[in-house]
Design a protein around this ligand. Structure first.
Ligand SMILES: Cc1ncc(COP(=O)(O)O)c(C=O)c1O
Length: 456
């Protein structure tokens, strides 16, 4: 049914899918959204792993109003502000040891773009303007954002395809994705071939040309919360060190407690050179992203020209920074990384009945970050044909049950392959986790019934 708002305002919004009828959300509180017909939805994916502290937290709203009335804008090239300095201190305190400088931008794509421009700048400052170090190795199945530079690093075909001729030619290697191993191997007999692929690619490119390797600790939107094998990150760290290549962890989705640790790289005690972050830093209350950089790399800039020739109007924005301070204060006060760990364990346990579903091939992830992969045939892991849009169909079923999830596709062969991402706000309670699982299982059963009746 068309919302009354169309009568009031007409139809002038340019949506991502111009054919889809979008529901209108009029209110949000905690982990729930409410539409203009009064229906309640449990936000099982925090928007897109964003609203980590839940919506409508009064302390955050108060901090935002206060900052808007104190200093609403300053330009980052000229001024510092208290919230900027405070946020940098808080974020660097949470980051792995040695990463003690925060550069602020407005979101995840700006963060990954900033990360690669920073590593290029670092090598120029260290080795001189003629340094050939500029290549960024990324992974197939990775997602690093939708601006053209970030999309060039992204290895997810459905997002790249239309824009391929416009993209920069960054080298890609297979990701660590055991359920669909690109080598057709099995862990541990594989010897973690996907990590060794990094060294092969560095040597192929010529180490003197390679500036950095970028990867998500857990693959997020492109494949659905895919964890690496235990030794993957320490292996890639060692390979980077051997070849004077910097390691960028894209923690835009996983940062700030999503996987049950402040940063996902903490699970393996690996210290990257740069962390790209966003989403959970402001939990959706204001646009915010950043890169956290090793002090030793920052020092090279300090000893050199001092100039990072890069920036955006809304970088270092005081209102966004004050929002980040309030959000992270709440995050720490309520120990949300720990709640993510504990509730995550409960959530994966509550999802166990789904392993028996004939259309669910894999359930993976960590903390409150879970991917559920849909398959037509469990044994062969054959995906559904892309025309079925099975992930979207499951999403529609779940909306009927009042649960919002984040579907994705194309990870099996560039076209086929469907998953839904589940990642509720980190404030979720035990009873809400159980309710989320109940709604998810009910939606999956509905979809199975439709498939049995061949209504799909
Ligand atoms: C890992 C990762 N990197 C980068 C981005 C891009 O962030 P944004 O949409 O804020 O530009 C995303 C967004 O989902 C992401 O998951």
């Amino acid at each position: 049914m068309q919302s009354d708002y169309f009568d009031k305002y007409g139809d002038h919004v340019f949506y991502r899918d111009v054919k889809r009828q979008h529901g209108v959300i009029v209110r949000a509180k905690g982990i729930y959204l409410y539409d203009d017909a009064g229906k309640e939805y449990m936000d099982g994916c925090s928007g897109s792993m964003v609203t980590n502290i839940g919506q409508g937290v009064p302390e955050v709203v108060e901090a935002m109003v206060k900052q808007a009335g104190t200093v609403s804008f300053t330009h980052g090239s000229r001024w510092a502000t208290e919230p900027l300095m405070h946020l940098a201190q808080m974020v660097c305190d949470l980051a792995p040891k040695g990463l003690s400088r925060l550069y602020l931008v407005s979101g995840g794509s700006e963060a990954t773009e900033s990360a690669v421009k920073f590593v290029r700048t670092y090598f120029i400052e260290r080795d001189g303007a003629g340094t050939p170090k500029h290549k960024i190795i990324a992974r197939w199945h990775g997602f690093h954002g939708n601006t053209l530079g970030a999309l060039s690093m992204t290895g997810h075909m459905p997002r790249r395809q239309k824009y391929n001729p416009m993209l920069v030619d960054f080298p890609h290697i297979p990701a660590c994705y055991c359920y669909r191993c690109q080598y057709g191997l099995t862990y541990p007999a594989c010897g973690v071939a996907c990590a060794k692929a990094l060294e092969e690619m560095i040597l192929k490119c010529g180490p003197e040309t390679v500036a950095a390797f970028i990867a998500e600790p857990f693959i997020g939107a492109a494949s659905g919360a895919v964890p690496p094998v235990e030794e993957y990150w320490s292996m890639v760290r060692a390979i980077c060190d051997r070849h004077d290549v910097l390691l960028i962890a894209d923690e835009v989705m996983t940062g700030f407690g999503r996987t049950g640790a402040h940063f996902a790289v903490n699970h393996w005690n690996v210290v990257p050179d740069v962390i790209a972050c966003a989403k959970g830093m402001s939990a959706g209350y204001a646009p915010l992203g950043g890169i956290i950089v090793k002090e030793s790399l920052h020092q090279v800039l300090k000893d050199g020209t001092g100039k990072f020739t890069h920036g955006h109007t809304y970088g270092a924005n005081p209102l966004s920074a004050a929002t980040g301070v309030a959000v992270l204060t709440y995050y720490l006060k309520h120990n949300l990384a720990e709640n993510s760990r504990v509730m995550g364990e409960r959530m994966f346990k509550a999802f166990e009945p789904l392993w028996e579903s004939p259309i669910i091939g894999d359930i993976r992830g960590k903390g409150l970050f879970c991917g559920v992969e849909l398959v037509r045939d469990k044994k062969s892991r054959m995906p559904f044909p892309p025309e079925y849009a099975i992930g979207e169909k499951l999403t529609q079923k779940l909306l009927k049950h009042g649960l919002v999830v984040y579907p994705g596709s194309g990870h099996a062969d560039g076209r086929a392959g469907d998953h839904v991402l589940i990642g509720p706000p980190l404030v979720i309670t035990a009873a809400e986790v159980d309710e989320l699982a109940r709604r998810l299982i009910a939606g999956v059963r509905d979809l199975e019934a439709d498939l049995q009746k061949r209504e799909i």
